[in-house]
Design a protein around this ligand. Structure first.
Ligand SMILES: Cc1ncc(COP(=O)(O)O)c(C=O)c1O
Length: 433
């Protein structure tokens, strides 16, 4: 590919003579065809041009090509949210009775989705410690395991995944590795280069960058050999055997290494319709154009804050993988040497005798002035969230600790304000609390 910066600005759309330099927002549900025979071809997948925006739309196509180019993929499907993207990534290859092996360091919404909602449909998930050695992880693989899933940088406890270890685990067992690359973005980490097969994103975060749309994306590397896996294990029949809803068409035979993304669009978007609005796709595409300019500054500001927090007497621990001495520093140097996003986690100490760190963290977050309190991360404004009193408030301190989330842990998403103002706000909040 061209340089990353050039791809950020230019990939996905090229204006022709006299055409707008911005890809137009195609705000149309449907598309005109001239004969009913042409429509037959569309319904048989002999022609994959646009005909109905639930399945495919030119504006979301631009965003798909754009992000796919940055990740190094061969095909992508944009969805209406990151939740839909992770759901589709699994439903495209798992059926009732199948199993997915996941890291337990995942966004809480993903754990809910996999464990509870997909669990009720008969899909099984096992959540493992991603730092375990390979032979330990292997013990959790079952005959019905169809995928391995993890986040490159985990939310809200900022861990860095050993992607090559997970790729080895997946490939030894003839299943794909799916990586949620939301926090790292392709600016910091390109999981396909380390053996991941499929990447998902909540594009709601840094890719948009300004908190203006909710969206998701699934990107296929085109590297996983579904045919070989099918021949060795009988898995992934849906990609190999005839699809009766398209007159017996076979995805791998017809679409080669784009089979996974074509199947997702033509089956899952057709049937579930987790379709992004063209306006959302346009906003996403706009955001991606400046990713390479925004992300270094997020990382710079986050590192400056982490270095200050590390020395502060009211701080128990700082989790930021680009900080020398962090537990994940070496993995971060390997997989994301340019930086580790703008999100960090800080554990606040109890400040008075008898006080719990949960209460101390609550007082700290209330004293912040520049940082917004938001159920969100990863945009230009700095924001903070205390999991123990928000997303995880139903858990006791013991349950939180078992989930790897300290009761005094605060997640800080460092924005693009000046580093001086960001650090000063956090210091004044620590001192005031
Ligand atoms: C890592 C990660 N994956 C997926 C999601 C879900 O994305 P969305 O909110 O766009 O549905 C989130 C949301 O915070 C996330 O942080």
């Amino acid at each position: 590919m061209t340089d990353f910066a050039t791809a950020c600005v230019r990939a996905g759309y090229e204006a022709g003579k006299g055409e707008p330099v911005n890809a137009p927002i195609v705000q149309s549900t449907t598309f005109r065809w001239e004969t009913t025979e042409q429509v037959h071809e569309l319904f048989d997948l002999d022609n994959t041009e646009f005909f109905y925006s639930r399945i495919d739309n030119p504006t979301s196509n631009v965003a798909e090509r754009h992000l796919s180019a940055l990740e190094g993929g061969v095909g992508a499907v944009m969805t209406s949210s990151g939740q839909a993207a992770n759901q589709f990534a699994l439903l495209n290859i798992l059926n009732t009775g199948d199993h997915v092996l996941c890291s337990k360091a995942l966004y809480g919404g993903t754990i809910n989705l996999f464990q509870n909602t997909l669990g009720r449909l008969g899909l099984e998930s096992t959540f493992v410690d991603q730092d375990s050695p390979l032979d330990e992880l292997q013990k959790h693989i079952r005959p019905n395991t169809k995928a391995v899933f993890a986040e490159s940088i985990s939310n809200p406890v900022i861990k860095v995944l050993d992607i090559e270890k997970f790729a080895q685990l997946a490939h030894t067992n003839h299943v794909p590795l799916i990586i949620d690359n939301t926090f790292a973005t392709p600016y910091f980490c390109r999981p396909f280069e380390f053996g991941a097969d499929i990447i998902t994103h909540s594009t709601t975060k840094y890719l948009d960058g300004q908190a203006v749309h909710v969206g998701g994306m699934v990107i296929d590397s085109g590297n996983f050999d579904w045919q070989v896996a099918y021949e060795k294990t009988g898995k992934f029949a849906g990609l190999i055997e005839p699809d009766t809803t398209y007159k017996g068409m076979q995805y791998v035979k017809t679409f080669g290494n784009q089979a996974y993304s074509v199947k997702m669009r033509q089956q899952l978007q057709r049937d579930y319709g987790a379709t992004p609005a063209p306006w959302s796709a346009f906003l996403l595409d706009l955001g991606i154009k400046t990713l390479h300019v925004r992300m270094p500054r997020h990382a710079e500001n986050a590192l400056a804050l982490a270095q200050t927090l590390q020395k502060h007497e009211k701080v128990q621990a700082v989790h930021y993988p680009a900080l020398a001495g962090d537990e994940y520093y070496n993995l971060a140097q390997k997989y994301m040497p340019k930086g580790a996003s703008g999100v960090l986690a800080v554990e606040i100490k109890a400040q008075k005798a008898g006080e719990s760190p949960r209460d101390a963290a609550g007082r700290f977050i209330n004293a912040l002035k520049l940082f917004n309190i938001e159920v969100h991360v990863a945009d230009i404004r700095s924001c903070a969230l205390h999991p123990a009193s928000s997303t995880h408030r139903q858990l006791t301190d013991d349950e939180l600790t078992a989930a790897g989330i300290a009761p005094g842990l605060v997640r800080l998403s460092v924005g693009l304000e000046s580093a001086r103002d960001i650090v000063a706000d956090v210091e004044q909040a620590l001192n005031a609390s």
